[in-house]
Design a binder for this molecule. Structure first.
Ligand SMILES: NC(=O)C1=CN([C@@H]2O[C@H](COP(=O)(O)OP(=O)(O)OC[C@H]3O[C@@H](n4cnc5c(N)ncnc54)[C@H](OP(=O)(O)O)[C@@H]3O)[C@@H](O)[C@H]2O)C=CC1
Ligand SMILES: O=C(CO)[C@H](O)[C@H](O)COP(=O)(O)O
Length: 474
C-alpha cells in the first residue's frame, strides 16, 4: 500500500519532532511515530498552520502512509532501541525502502545493521545530526553515509532542511557504509576537545586572573566577533550572563552553582578508542575524555586539595595577555580540528569509506556544535589536496599556526606557573611540536624494547631488522 506522506520519523522526542517540523515547514508531508500518544499529539499541536503533520502510535499506519520508496528516519536512543525499531519496522517494509538512523549510534553497530538489512534490499543509512534542538528545528548539520545510489532519494529533503553556509547546505554524502556515523563520532571528539580547552581558558581567567562573570561574558562576546567566532564561544558568552532561578540573589549565576563533574554519553571515548585502533594520534581529544573522567572523582580531588593545598598563582589580565590567550585558543582549536581530520583521512582508507574531506569541512561550517570561522581557513587546503593526511602539511595552515605559536607557548608557561591545569591546550602544543620533529626520541624506546625483550629495531643507515645482545656476559 502506498500513501501520500513524504517522510516518516520514529521517535518524536527532542530531535525527531523538531526535524520533522522543519521538514513540514519546507513543504513536505510528514508523519511521526512514537510509543506514547501524548508525544504524537504534541507533534501535531506544534505544527504550523498549513503544514501537513500527522502523529501516530501505530507503526503499520505510519509505514502505509508513506510514498515509495519509503523514507523513514529513527531518532531514538542509541543501542538496543535502534535494533528494536528495526525489528518492529521490518514486517512492513519492502525492497528499496530507506531507513535512516539519525541518532548517535556506534559506527560498528551501523556496519552490522547494514549487513543485516542488505540481503533484504533495505537501504540503511547511518546519519550524524548535529545542532541540538534549535538546529534540528531550524537547520541542522547532517552527515549521512550509506548506499550512494539511494542517497538521491534523500538529498532534496535533507538539503532543504539543512543549515546553510553561504547558500550551500550543510549536508552531504559522507561515504560508504558507516561513514556518516564515523564522521559524527569524530565531530563529537573535536567537540570534546574544544569544550575542554574553553574550560581551561575559563579556569585561567577566573581562578588565576580573578575575572568575574560579567567580564567573562564581555570577553567571550568580543572573541566571538573575531577569529574565534564559533557556536561554542557564543554559547559560553551566554552562560556567563545566565542567572540562577533557584536562588533569590539576582547576582548568582547558574554556572557557579553547577557541580564540577562532567557527563558523557560515549562518543568522545569511542573516538579515542578508534583512533588507538587505527592507529592515529589525537592526544587533545584523548585528554578531553581523560579530563571529563578525572572530574568525576570529586571526592578524591577534594581530599587531595586538602593534603596538597596548592597555591594558585596570580596572572595580570592586561590587553597583551588577553590577545595572547585569544590567539592561543585559535591555535588549539586548529590543532583539535587537525587531529580529528587526520583521523578521518586514515579511517577513510582503512574502513574503505571514501570520506570526502572537502564535504566534511562544508558540512561542519554551519548548524553543528563545532562550527567556527576557523573552518573557513581549511577549505582551500582540502580543495588543493582532497585526501590531505594532516592539515599541518598545508602551507597556509602552517603560517596560521606559526603566527600564533609564541602566544600558545607564553600561555602554557603562565598556566603552569599559576598551577592551572591546561592539559588539553598543552597536549595541542606538544602534538604540534612532535608532528614538526623530523627526529623523535623513540630511537631510545626502540633500544629499550630490544634491550629487555629482543623486540628488534630498524637502522637509519641500512635496510633490515636488527637485534643486539645489549648486556655482555661478564
Ligand atoms: N539532544 C541532542 O542535542 C542530540 C541528540 N542526538 C541523538 O539523537 C538521538 C535521539 O535523541 P533525543 O531526541 O535527544 O532523545 P529523546 O529522549 O528526546 O527522544 C527519543 C525518543 O525515542 C523514543 N523511543 C525510545 N525507544 C523507542 C522505541 N523502541 N520505539 C520507538 N520510539 C522509541 C522515545 O520515546 P519515550 O520517551 O516514550 O521513551 C523518545 O520519544 C540520540 O541518539 C541522541 O544521542 C544527536 C544530536 C544532538
Ligand atoms: O551529539 C551531540 C552534539 O553534537 C550531543 O549533544 C551529544 O550527546 C554530546 O555528547 P556528550 O553527552 O557525551 O557530551
Amino acid at each position: 500500500m502506498e500513501g501520500n506522506f513524504d517522510f516518516g520519523m520514529i521517535g518524536i522526542g527532542v530531535m525527531g519532532s523538531n526535524l520533522l517540523l522543519n521538514m513540514a515547514d519546507h513543504g513536505y508531508a510528514v508523519i511521526g511515530f512514537d510509543l506514547k500518544q501524548e508525544r504524537a499529539d504534541k507533534l501535531v499541536e506544534a505544527a504550523k498552520p498549513g503544514t501537513t503533520v500527522k502523529g501516530t502510535i501505530d507503526i503499520k499506519e505510519m509505514v502505509s502512509a508513506l510514498k515509495k520508496p519509503r523514507k523513514i528516519m529513527m531518532l531514538v536512543p542509541a543501542g538496543k532501541p535502534v535494533d528494536d525499531v528495526i525489528e518492529n519496522l521490518l514486517p512492513y517494509l519492502e525492497k528499496g525502502d530507506i531507513v535512516i538512523d539519525g541518532g548517535n549510534s556506534y559506527f560498528k553497530d551501523t556496519l552490522k545493521r547494514i549487513s543485516y538489512l542488505q540481503p533484504k534490499e533495505i537501504h540503511f543509512f547511518g546519519m550524524g545530526v548535529s545542532g541540538g534542538e534549535a538546529g534540528a528545528r531550524y537547520g541542522p548539520s547532517m552527515m549521512p553515509g550509506g548506499d550512494q545510489e539511494a542517497y538521491q532519494y534523500l538529498k532534496p529533503i535533507l538539503e532543504a532542511i539543512a543549515a546553510k553556509s553561504g547558500n550551500v547546505p550543510c549536508v552531504a554524502y559522507m561515504g560508504n557504509n558507516a561513514a556518516g556515523h564515523y564522521v559524527k563520532m569524530v565531530h563529537n571528539g573535536i567537540e570534546y576537545a574544544m569544550m575542554q580547552m574553553i574550560s581551561e581558558v575559563y579556569d585561567l581567567l577566573h581562578r588565576a586572573g580573578n575575572m568575574d562573570n560579567k567580564d567573562l561574558h564581555q570577553l567571550f562576546l568580543k572573541w566571538n566577533e573575531g577569529e574565534l567566532h564559533s557556536f561554542l564561544v557564543e554559547i559560553t558568552a551566554e552562560i556567563f550572563k545566565t542567572g540562577d532561578a533557584e536562588t533569590d540573589n539576582p547576582n548568582d549565576l547558574l554556572v557557579d552553582m553547577i557541580l564540577d563533574q562532567a557527563g558523557s554519553k560515549g562518543t568522545g571515548k569511542w573516538t579515542s578508542q578508534e583512533a588507538m585502533d587505527l592507529p592515529v594520534s589525537i592526544p587533545t581529544i584523548d585528554m578531553a575524555v581523560a579530563m571529563r573522567d578525572l572530574s568525576v572523582y570529586k571526592d578524591q580531588r577534594t581530599k587531595a586539595a586538602q593534603i596538597f593545598k596548592p597555591q594558585i598563582g596570580t596572572i595580570a589580565l592586561n590587553e597583551s595577555f588577553l590577545t595572547e590567550l585569544e590567539e592561543a585558543l585559535a591555535f588549539c582549536f586548529t590543532i583539535a580540528y587537525a587531529q580529528g581530520l587526520s583521523m578521518l583521512a586514515k579511517a577513510s582508507v582503512q574502513w574503505e569509506m571514501n570520506i570526502p574531506l572537502p564535504s566534511v569541512i562544508q558540512v561542519w561550517k554551519a548548524g553543528c556544535i563545532i562550527r567556527s570561522a576557523l573552518l573557513g581557513n581549511f577549505t582551500d587546503a582540502y580543495q588543493k589536496e582532497p585526501a590531505l593526511p594532516n592539515l599541518l602539511l598545508d602551507a597556509d595552515i602552517a603560517i596560521l599556526l606559526k603566527n600564533r605559536e609564541s602566544s600558545i607557548r607564553s600561555i602554557i608557561a603562565a598556566a603552569v606557573q599559576a598551577k592551572i591545569p591546561v592539559a588539553g591546550m598543552s597536549s595541542a602544543l606538544a602534538y604540534y611540536d612532535a608532528y614538526l620533529s623530523d627526529r623523535l626520541p623513540v630511537n631510545l624506546i626502540q633500544a629499550q624494547r630490544d634491550f629487555f625483550g629482543a623486540h628488534t629495531y630498524k637502522r637509519i643507515d641500512k635496510e633490515g631488522v636488527f637485534h643486539t645482545e645489549w648486556q655482555q656476559e661478564e
